[in-house]
Design a protein around this ligand. Structure first.
Ligand SMILES: C[S@@+](CC[C@H](N)C(=O)[O-])C[C@H]1O[C@@H](n2cnc3c(N)ncnc32)[C@H](O)[C@@H]1O
Length: 251
């Protein structure tokens, strides 16, 4: 319960600036959204859910890209994140946790995606099994996650905490299979370029949830460590590796 509150607190404090972090590179967002549109095989009349959808930025973008008739349902535990999602005409919201949402048997939809949120969920096999039941015939789930060692520059202790907060993606595959899905995996890399100052600002803001556990002094020391290592460049270039895991309902 305490862990859950800490996460909600983190996303509440960061909600205002969330879309300015990674989503500020529109090409990156379009690239990632396109992958989700294609992997979900979205059709005009599909009802789509974005679980752990946060500010709804991707719910809205994916709606536009795929020309869906119905609005996307963006579900999240954090009200402040959802306040942003509520601003989009093509999105509607539900403030709920993944486990409570998936427990609603009467809810039916065609496709669902969970982008960079699945590592926060507990009792995932139960959640995936219930999602299997909610999905219509030939429903598809798409999970977007990262490897335990990300491509982006982090100081050593932040890398370690990222790894601890992020299960190996093979765990999600096994869990989806246990829930009844046929599973496929695609790894994709986006060549990211960001000004070093901007990256440092984001780290100072503790924009990733695993950074919330660090004190301001620990972050400052971490930035010094990075500065020593990358002293000769004003930009960071790295491959952001995203892992797309799709689960197909077979009956
Ligand atoms: C890293 S953000 C990703 C947001 C969005 N999917 C995106 O890619 O921009 C993770 C989101 O998961 C939400 N979250 C965390 N635990 C959750 C849970 N148990 N059920 C539903 N949402 C949850 C957080 O509130 C946050 O908005």
């Amino acid at each position: 319960m305490e862990k859950r509150k800490t996460k909600i607190r983190h996303y509440t404090s960061f909600a205002q600036d969330y879309d300015g972090a990674f989503s500020s590179d529109l090409n990156y967002c379009r690239w990632s959204a396109n992958s989700i549109v294609n992997l979900l095989e979205l059709k005009k009349d599909d009802f789509l859910v974005d679980l752990g959808g946060g500010t709804g930025f991707f719910s809205s973008l994916i709606h536009k890209k795929s020309g869906l008739d119905k609005r996307v349902l963006c579900v999240d535990t954090c009200e402040k994140m959802l306040e942003k999602a509520d601003m989009y005409d093509n999105v509607f919201t539900m403030c709920d946790s993944a486990s409570s949402f998936s427990g609603k048997d009467e809810l039916k939809y065609d496709k669902i995606f969970i982008k960079e949120a699945v590592h926060h969920f507990e009792n995932r096999i139960d959640i995936f099994s219930q999602i299997y039941g909610q999905l219509g015939c030939h429903g598809i789930i798409c999970i977007v996650t990262r490897p335990q060692t990300p491509g982006f520059p982090l100081f050593k202790s932040a890398l370690k905490s990222f790894e601890q907060s992020q299960p190996d993606y093979n765990v999600f595959i096994t869990e989806l299979e246990k829930a009844g899905f046929d599973v496929k995996v695609h790894k994709k890399a986006y060549p990211f370029k960001i000004k070093k100052n901007r990256w440092f600002e984001l780290l100072k803001q503790k924009f990733m949830s695993n950074l919330a556990q660090f004190s301001d002094i620990e972050i400052d020391n971490g930035l010094k460590e990075l500065e020593e290592y990358y002293h000769d460049s004003d930009f960071f270039f790295f491959d952001d590796i995203l892992i797309y895991i799709t689960g197909y309902k077979t009956d």
